[in-house]
Design a protein around this ligand. Sequence first.
Ligand code: AMP
Ligand code: MG
Length: 310
Amino acid sequence: MGGTWSVKIPRLATTSPSADELQGQIQSLLNKLDGTLSLWKPESALCKFNRSTSTDWHEVPPELADIVEQSLVISRQTDGAFDITVAPLVLLWGFGPRDFHLPPSPPSDSTIAQALPLVGHHRLHARRNPPAIRKDIAGVQIDLGAIGKGYAADAVAAHLDGLGITDYLIDLGGQLKSRGHSLSSPAWPIGIEEPTHDTRRILLTVDLHDQSIATSGDYHNFYDAGGKRYCHEIDPRTGRPVVDGPAAVSVLHASGATADAFATAFMVLGVDDGIRLADRLGIAALFVRRTTGSFTLHPTPGFPWRSDAR
Ligand code: AMP
Ligand code: MG
């Protein structure tokens, strides 16, 4: 998934596996998920499905059917702002596997127009029993970059829950999932960073209570070409990267996968439509807008930011 992970556990019961054993278990769980869901590993179940031109049911590991099903639900809830069939566009815009010897450059209007008919969550189907996924047209491809880390955090949490570990903080490439509390606090206090690519300053602090928090933004994965900045959040409706959107969006949810997916969706929807949808669905989110030299914060009413923060 192109990132690092960490898990903090303040204290281990004597009956629990050792820290080394836990590290090994979590690493192999993540390797297995990455080996199934990665767009960057040609032999992953995901890449095999992407290469397949068949429109019949395609049997896949249960995790892939599950994450696709969860993704399709969120696509419907966000009216297609979140859409894992965005893969052909992600590749065209240079944010997927590509020749890294050449700088990325924006595709032509006609290439975008050719790719757009392949994008659309209603062209993708999932079933759990037996686990399989299906595409309506041969060219449909999936990219799980916007939900995979949150989904993997849920899997790590389920593993720790199964071992009876009641306090932990999982960090998978910046997507966090917590249970219980840290050593020094009744929750897990975490910092949300300022959405700038060249500094690492904390914008505000949030207390996580048995929740996940995911952040998407335009400031980590982007490139400049022809005087314009292109970020990796693609609007599936236009086929183009989001322009003039929020600098970042953080979403709190019990599910890591849901938080991850909605953070991406809200980047695409923007502050006004995003806050309206978050309100309607009862999702706590924080939208951060870039202004000249500063940021403005637009939290939904349920977003529990600390009053001592700015
Ligand atoms: P995130 O950092 O979670 O917002 O995920 C961004 C990644 O998800 C991008 O690098 C793409 O691989 C993929 N992606 C971009 N736009 C979308 C979208 N509208 N819906 C689903 N996945 C997307
Ligand atoms: Mg996401």
